[in-house]
Design a binder for this molecule. Sequence first.
Ligand SMILES: Cc1cc2nc3c(=O)[nH]c(=O)nc-3n(C[C@H](O)[C@H](O)[C@H](O)COP(=O)(O)OP(=O)(O)OC[C@H]3O[C@@H](n4cnc5c(N)ncnc54)[C@H](O)[C@@H]3O)c2cc1C
Length: 462
Amino acid sequence: MNSVAIIGAGITGLTAGFRLHRLGVPVTVYESSDHAGGVIRSLRQDGYLAEFGPNTLLDTSPKIREIIREANLTNRLMHSDPKASNRYLVRYRKTIAAPSTPAAFLTSELFSPAAKFKLFLEPFKPRWHNAYEESVAQFVLRRLGQEFLDYAIDALVAGIYAGDPAQLSVIHGFPKLYALEQKYGSMIKGQILGARERKRRAETSKQDAQKLSFDEGLQVLPETLGHQLGNALRLRHSITLARAEGNAWVVSFDSPQGPGERRHSAVLYAGNAYRLADLKIGGVTTPDLKLFSRIDYPAVTSIVLGYRRQDVAHPLDGFGMLIPKIEKFNILGTLFSSSLFPNRAPAGHVTLTSYVGGRRQPDLATKEAAELYRLVDADLRVLLGVTGQPTFRNCIHYQRAIPQYEVGYGQFKAAMDDLEKSAPGFFIAGHFRHGISMSDSLVSGYDVADRINQWLANLKEA
Ligand SMILES: Cc1cc2nc3c(=O)[nH]c(=O)nc-3n(C[C@H](O)[C@H](O)[C@H](O)COP(=O)(O)OP(=O)(O)OC[C@H]3O[C@@H](n4cnc5c(N)ncnc54)[C@H](O)[C@@H]3O)c2cc1C
């Protein structure tokens, strides 16, 4: 039989299912919602393309291109416009381009002379062998000082995690940054010297990776993978129980046709941490899954607004802007979506994608759509010189958006390792184990497919 049950049809579960399918292993992908792709949501409406979840897929690993090629999507792939390379940060209640060269850094008004001097001292600061796990804020304060924390890192953490640097763990949330200090003694030295090693491993850093999407948005990828899986993808099937029976696993589900169950040789959990906490696992003794309910996923609402180009004064010549907490706006960050990729807005119009909520202001994300349109529009007026009324508005509320890899996250990773050891044939992959980005999730799905394939091969030989 050797079939695999995959729980969750986000990009992790679909990549794993697609790869196993290509390797000749039968799979069934169970998804409780009515669509494939999880948090990835693209909508074409009134000539706009609204992207509510991830906006870009970072090309960090050759495995990403391989999946795209095997899904026959190469001709629909889009690369972000190289002209949209500026990244803006907000200070003094205005957008300032983040410096991208040492010369631009020296003359930038973003940081004071004292803060700049601290950056130049960074390579000379000693490597610290911590007796305790540091937060991102503690790490940055120690190496770069308060101003970098307040005006750069706070905004960056909001843009990536919708998180709080004082809570986020540096070793779990930014493991590569942490490793740079441990290996090279300095982030700056490590950035330079680490580039050679990445080249050898054919990897690209997130900072240097190309930003990808598809002609009709990122949802093209999960939809295509789901389509190629055909009947093996079961939407509206919510898995409630996975039970080990000898060498087999029986999964129980609720579906519109009523409850049911099916036998498989292995199970991959590619859902969310908080739903793993509610899953029942029978036939083996496992760690207490309730632990996973403690991983915080703060609410985020994505708001997509369209404007006439002439009603936005800002050149929008970049990726977007990130806003530090200290500047006291409602928005965490805004992507200049129609500058990044073509056909995101009708001719003479622009699309701006803003995020609110997160760890910084979770209650804001729960406000009514009309109120959020008003608050976001008000911020955009100050920051981007918007004058006219929006020509397009839409939003999606993510009640639980992005897992926070906070200080102490190691206990959850250890519990996942223990769970796999105590339940042979039960695997876990995805955004709360191997990194939160879409590319991390895709690679996590790819790698777990290979692990499962190997495990099944060993089972056959035994
Ligand atoms: C607002 C937002 C913006 C983002 N922006 C970016 C970005 O710009 N760039 C980037 O790289 N990343 C971004 N991310 C992160 C990235 O999109 C996600 O981490 C990634 O897509 C997660 O994929 P996944 O498959 O692991 O999980 P999910 O997409 O969460 O999918 C899990 C699926 O499992 C299903 N499921 C769970 N339990 C069960 C069960 N018991 N039975 C059946 N089905 C179940 C769920 O319904 C869900 O569909 C963003 C995320 C959000 C929310």
